[in-house]
Design a protein around this ligand. Structure first.
Ligand SMILES: C[S@@+](CC[C@H](N)C(=O)[O-])C[C@H]1O[C@@H](n2cnc3c(N)ncnc32)[C@H](O)[C@@H]1O
Length: 251
């Protein structure tokens, strides 16, 4: 049997009531609470969601430094260092030799949807294969946004696409996506929101989109239909997404 286990827990998008029962139990059992730390605030938000369930007398919070960059030369060593830090923190827990030591890795939404854990998982598997891994799924940001905005994502044979807007989506790409899919979910949309909304207006689809920012958090902002026009010239934060429907009669 493995002595060490890391459980990646999807914390949902922000509302602590959207943690799963399984995730909550894993958090409460854990000796160690691992949280990614970067400059975008995501790490502290995952911890903020979990705070009320953590007992600082019994549990140790370990922050793992992860740079906010797409530069693989910086990211690879950071993931390896985070994996080493996880292994070292677990080895340092002072318990009897055959006791299982569990740590949870907290992150927003679902762990396997654009989550940092996927990289750390690979680094752990390579350098510390004796550490067992478990994944507890979470409510994704787009599922919570659709629920909050009462926006139907798909029906019957609708085709749904999920992609990161800030990487490659311009007006032309969006036009093509909306030719191929009934619903398009654009993650990481905030920094490119003006271009996306301009393109939607040109396609006469501005009023059939839902914008959600920091959904489930005290700072939540949602905009739908005519309200979206007010955001047309604004770059918004990274923790935002846009859901666009080709057929505006279906929501
Ligand atoms: C690194 S990805 C993480 C996705 C996350 N694992 C999930 O399941 O939703 C970050 C992107 O998720 C979206 N996101 C995460 N939390 C959000 C929230 N509370 N409100 C709106 N968008 C959110 C945004 O599009 C953000 O740019």
């Amino acid at each position: 049997m493995n002595r060490f286990k890391v459980i990646a827990v999807g914390m949902g998008p922000g509302d602590p009531e959207l943690i799963t029962v399984k995730g909550l139990r894993a958090i409460q059992r854990a000796r160690l609470i691992f949280v990614p730390r970067s400059q975008d605030g995501e790490q502290s938000l995952a911890l903020r969601i979990a705070r009320e369930w953590i007992d600082p007398e019994r549990q140790q919070i370990v922050e793992l430094l992860l740079p906010m960059t797409r530069n693989a030369d910086k990211l690879m060593p950071a993931w390896q260092a985070a994996a080493d830090q996880i292994a070292a923190s677990m080895a340092a827990v002072d318990v009897e030799a055959d006791t299982l030591i569990e740590g949870v890795y907290l992150l927003l939404g679902d762990p396997l949807l654009y989550g940092t854990f996927t990289y750390i998982w690979a680094a752990l598997a390579e350098a510390h294969p004796a550490i067992a891994i478990e994944i507890v799924p979470g409510v994704t940001s787009f599922a919570a946004s659709a629920a909050q905005g009462q926006f139907v994502l798909s029906r019957m044979s609708d085709r749904v696409a999920i992609l990161p807007a800030s990487y490659e989506t311009d007006g032309e790409a969006l036009r093509q996506l909306l030719a191929d899919f009934d619903t398009v979910i654009l993650m990481k949309v905030g920094p490119v929101l003006p271009q996306i909304l301009t393109a939607l207006e040109e396609m006469d689809l501005l009023e059939s989109a839902l914008y959600a920012e920091r959904v489930g958090m005290p700072e939540e902002q949602m905009a739908h239909g005519p309200d979206l026009k007010a955001l047309k010239n604004q770059r918004r934060p990274y923790l935002s997404l846009l859901i666009v429907k080709r057929d505006r009669t279906s929501s």
